[in-house]
Design a protein around this ligand. Structure first.
Ligand code: SAH
Length: 244
């Protein structure tokens, strides 16, 4: 058997937002590797081996997946959303850099619908003009970098999409993020919270920054801050296609 490694995005949660290409890769797999809750989204069947790992084990997980592929298994590494957005695809390439003997393997990255786009579609079109995506987690970068990127993003009048806004291990940082946003974007700027998009727990809320509270976000929330022209139309929020 010739081994292969596919890094696949499972989308934001709903089954009908998994691409046909990803479904086909899952159906052909011998082994599924990933963070427990994501592996749990893959339908089990006879002969399919599930390797659920802990969070923050990305590099070990990637190295293990490469070893299995090299030994002839058809391995699919799963991420939520898109695997190239704050997820496993980069970890796989880091592991390949460390083990150049794997460079010849059959490796493919299959895109998925990232949370930012699923959230934007539910809200309307808040990312209709230039925007930037920022991971608010400081696991892999200092918080000072997060703060600098937020300030520069607002100054350049990008709409901003925030991943990983808030977790139990850093409850104060999102409050600080809201403070910085109010300072640089002003209290009237629209902010949207999109929780568990495409799942039964989905919840959407849009309000001016002045009224935003840190508890409105958790680890299953995408936060989208509009640019200076972002506005409401009926129950939707959108950003015009043109800008000054
Ligand atoms: N690779 C993923 C992102 C991983 S980071 C992707 O492309 O979507 C995890 C963060 O994504 C969460 O903290 C949250 O901010 C966001 N997220 C993932 N799924 C989500 C969903 N269904 N609804 C809202 N936010 C989601």
């Amino acid at each position: 058997m010739t081994g292969s490694l596919v890094v696949a995005g499972l989308g934001p949660g709903a089954d009908n937002l998994v691409t046909p290409e990803v479904s086909a890769a899952l159906a052909a797999a011998t082994d599924i590797v990933g963070y427990g809750p994501y592996v749990a989204r893959v339908a089990t069947r006879d002969g399919l081996i599930l390797h659920a790992t802990d969070n923050r084990q990305e590099l070990n997980r990637a190295a293990h997946a490469l070893e299995m592929a090299a030994s002839g298994r058809r391995v699919v590494v799963v991420s939520s959303g898109d695997p190239g957005v704050f997820a496993m695809a980069s970890a796989v390439f880091e592991a390949m850099e460390a083990k150049p003997e794997h460079l010849g393997l059959d490796v493919r990255i299959l895109p998925g619908i990232t949370a930012m786009l699923a959230a934007a579609a539910r809200l309307g079109a808040p990312l209709g003009h230039d925007f930037a995506a920022i991971n608010l987690s400081d696991n892999l970068k200092p918080f000072a970098s997060v703060e600098r990127r937020i300030r520069l993003g607002v100054e350049a009048d990008f709409a901003l999409a925030f991943y990983n806004p808030r977790s139990a291990t850093r409850p104060h940082q999102f409050a600080r993020v809201l403070e910085i946003l109010r300072e640089v974007a002003g209290p009237a700027r629209l902010i949207s919270f999109a929780h568990a998009v495409s799942t039964p727990e989905e919840r959407l809320e849009t309000l001016p920054l002045a009224e935003a509270r840190p508890e409105m976000a958790d680890m299953r929330t995408m936060v989208i801050v509009g640019n200076s022209a972002t506005r409401r139309v009926g129950r939707f929020v959108y950003t015009p296609r043109s800008a000054p």
